[in-house]
Every structure is written in structure tokens, then in C-alpha cells.
Design a protein around this ligand. Sequence first.
Ligand code: MN
Length: 380
Amino acid sequence: MTDVIKSIHEPLLETDPEFIERFDSFAFGEASVHGALENKTRLTAILAALLGCQGETEFRNMLPAAFEAGITPVEIKEVVYQATAYLGIARVLPFLQITNEFLTKRGVKLPLAGQTTTTAENRREAGTQAQVDIFGETMRDFWKSGPEETRHINRWLASNCFGDYYTRTGLDYRQREMITFCILAAFGGCEPQLTSHAAANLRLGNDRTFLIAVLSQCLPYIGYPRSLNALRCVDEAAKERERVAEAMEKKTRSVFPMGDKNEAYAPYFTGQSYLNMLSTEGVVIGNVTFEPGCRNNWHIHHKGGQILLCTGGEGWYQAWGKPAQRLRPGDVVHIPPEVKHWHGATKDGWFSHLAVEIPAEDAVNEWLEAVTDDAYHTLE
Ligand code: MN
């Protein structure tokens, strides 16, 4: 506990010593060390939660500690800006004023350097890309979906909520999603949205343990009921994620066991694959399973070549200079020696094939560059 944070409730030591000593030792002691988050992450989460629960006084109190923890003026401002999409300008404005007063007092010159990366012309498109990056490929056409009379709101979500805020620099997607999670948890009454942002956090790598640690930091400021509700949303999102992964994996599973994570070839793959060697004598045969979005690098099977026997899900095969070919269970692909190519899953589905190495003297695989996201994501 630093002196800055110790002093934020100092005036109350006069009037409410018992109460505030107990609270401070809980919030700044017991609770603050739980989960071993970085101090900067903790305080960013707390600032976001204070916006969410409209705790103006405590937000003002917390700014010096946030500053001391190394949260930059740009980051503080971005937390406040980001909240606007979820709370509305009416709830955010006082916090923006408090932030401006604080920064000015600290000698920070306003306005800060611009962080926007979009224009009026490309914000919808950039916002859609942010939605896809955060929530997955199913969001690609979200902006033009829904009943006609309310479709503009889905478009605004893309252009305004995501295009105007998420595309800004100063905070990355993972930080923005953590902040959004804290804002919604503290705000309450928006559990469906909280669950979907908990899912987005999980998708971006802010795992359940991390979200519980974050929530534990917010708890002293937002109370138990909202913290417990948020916890339920995290669990719901985690369970749904597991359920979907399991269903997809089951759908893809071939009659051959999937095997372990393919660590040996991981440097030549984008995303997670699984490998089970079915035969290593005479003819080498491996069962390869690709998670959604996973593919191998461009590569060449020198001398021997390869045969792919597709067993589950949907995938791609592409030879250099040729269009990619969609693969389904039952498809057989003959890959001649010396042909540069790649194979892998589709963006949204698992894929499995048997890879049969055609025996040849001095047969060797040559691994080349990765298939870029740009090239891969344009396949349809
Ligand atoms: Mn191959």
C-alpha cells in the first residue's frame, strides 16, 4: 500500500476512524494483494469500475494513485472516453471534467496528443474489423443485419461504439475489453452485454482467472451483489466457450484419435494444431487436427509429395499461384513433390485430415513463410 493510496480517505480518519480504518485495510490491504495483478492493471480496472458505478468522489480520490502507478494521461482519458459508449455522455461528463481538472493541476497540457485512427469515411469499416477481431468472424455483417427499422443501431454499434472508440490508440483491445467488463459489471442491469463482453475477454486471452482477479479489485468499490452477478456472467461465458469448443471438436473428430498439441511443428503453424502419428514405419501417416483459423505455413514436400485424406470439418488447400480449394470430409488431395502449398482449417471451423507422406529417398519437408492474415481472411 503506497502513501498516496493510504491518504485518499484521510479526512475520514477524523470523523469515521473505525469505519475507514477497517475499509482501507480491506480495500488497500487484503483485497488489493489478491490475484497478484500489476498495480497499473488493478488501478485501471478500479477507475473503470468507478465510472461504471458513478463514484465521482472516489474517482477523484483515486486519480493520484492511478498516476503514481504509471497510468498515463492518455490512458486515463481513454478509459473515460471508452465509458461513453456504455454509460452515455450524461454519466461520463462529470468524470471527464474531474480528469481534466486533475491533469491540468498536474501540469499536463490539454488537449493530449490525438489517438484517433479513423476518419468519417472509414470508421464503420474499421469498427466492423474491430468487432471481428474482438468477437469473431460472425460479426462481419452485423452492421447490416437485423430488422430494417432498428438496423441503424447495429450500424451505429459498428461505426460509433467500435469505430469511434475501440480503434483509438492509447489502449489495446485487451485493455479496452477489461475496462468494458469493469464498467458493465459496476453499472449493473446489463448482464446480457456483460456476458458477451466476458466472452470477448476470454477470446482475447483475458482468461477466467484474470477476470476474477480484476473483479476482486473492483469489489470494494462496487459491492458484493454486482460483483457476484458479474462472476456469474464470467462463468456463463466460460461454460459457453467450452461447450462450443467441445461441440466443434466432436464434429471434427475423425475415427482416429486426435493426439496431443502439435508442439513439434508449432513454429510452422499459425494457431493450434494437434498431431497423432498413426504410422511411422514404411508409409508415414499423421492425423492432423486444426482448430478454427489454424493453418500451416507455406511448405514443400521435396522428392516424395503428400496425400491428404480429409476426415472431418472444413478446411483449405492452396498451391502457390492457384486459388484455394475448399476441403470437406471424403476429399482427397494429391500434392506432388516440389509444389509450394499450405493446408488448414477455415476461419470458423475445426478441420482434420490424415497426412500421408509419399515415401521417397531423401524426402524432406521445407517450411517457408506463414500464410498472412490478410491472405487467409479473404478466403471464402
Ligand atoms: Mn503439406
